[in-house]
Design a protein around this ligand. Structure first.
Ligand code: NAD
Length: 249
């Protein structure tokens, strides 16, 4: 993307303390946006901010699965740069893999709470703020996953939430279009982040063999597409679900 294309914009990124979220903060700041780095892990979000500099970024501790936490973050976020964010990236996400017959209810609920309900809570709260402040050209980018289509054994909870994110994104794009807010999602393949670090090597090898590019992706390769969707250069892209997988299906 181009340096300066997001000048004057404020972006809010969840899951900003690690992996794709952190890389996204880096690239949105590179393109000129001021960035609010949101994470349940405040220390990790602060590390992201330290890298970007406190003039152009701020950290917020938010648990996206809690309506109260998300709601109270809105006023705090507005205070950071005296402006509601018009770029929102829902990157917070977790896995709790396990076979269905042994999956504890808690693991299902936790994954649902962060990946799908969290995306709903953040989208609703910050879209409301944009609409109330009559801010135009809002853009929301959600993180689905290619697992929504691969439907891997042992990932019923994760796959269901990531498929849900695609439907959620499409509905939101239809409801928010009239407010000038675009909503899109990305389906990353296997990206070299702490989330994938816990995947057994044997599984990663299989993925690499099946991937036409023959390697895992880097977080920046997802963040570049997010930066595009956040920018006016994607002004007619709305309700899209974009695979960024190196060709892995
Ligand atoms: P990661 O584990 O590196 O980072 C996730 C971040 O989310 C962490 O900083 C964590 O503290 C934060 N987080 C977790 N629960 C939270 C909560 N309740 N509230 C606020 N923050 C919370 O993961 P990643 O690889 O960067 O993944 C980012 C997104 O991309 C996720 O939604 C993930 O499902 C999706 N994704 C990742 C991959 C991949 O291969 N890494 C592939 C497809 C999709």
């Amino acid at each position: 993307m181009s340096v300066g294309v997001l000048a004057g914009k404020v972006a809010l990124v969840t899951g900003a303390g690690s992996g794709i979220g952190r890389a996204t903060c880096r690239l949105l700041a590179r393109d000129g946006a001021k960035v609010i780095a949101v994470d349940r892990n405040l220390k990790a979000a602060q590390e992201t901010v330290q890298e970007l500099g406190s003039e152009r970024s701020a950290a917020l501790e938010v648990d996206v699965s809690s309506a109260q936490s998300v709601q109270s973050s809105v006023a705090e976020a507005l205070k950071k740069f005296q402006q509601a964010p018009t770029i929102v990236v829902n990157s917070a996400g977790i896995t709790r893999d396990g076979y269905l017959l042994k999956m504890p209810e808690r693991d299902y609920d936790d994954v649902y709470g962060v990946n799908l309900k969290g995306t709903f809570l953040v989208t609703q709260a910050y879209a409301k703020a944009m609409i109330e402040q009559k801010l135009e050209n809002g853009t929301i980018v959600n993180l689905s996953s290619i697992v929504a289509k691969m439907n891997n054994v042992g990932q019923a909870n994760y796959a269901a939430t990531k498929a849900g994110v695609i439907s959620f994104t499409e509905v939101a794009s239809k409801e928010f279009g009239k407010f000038g807010i675009r909503v899109n999602c990305i389906l990353p393949g296997y990206i070299d982040t702490p989330m994938v670090a816990v995947v057994p090597d044997s599984v990663k090898q299989q993925v690499v063999q099946r991937c036409p590019l023959g390697r895992l992706g880097q977080p920046e390769e997802i963040a570049e597409v997010i930066a595009f969707l956040a920018s006016p250069q994607s002004s007619y892209v709305n309700g899209a679900a974009i695979e960024v997988t190196g060709g892995l299906k």
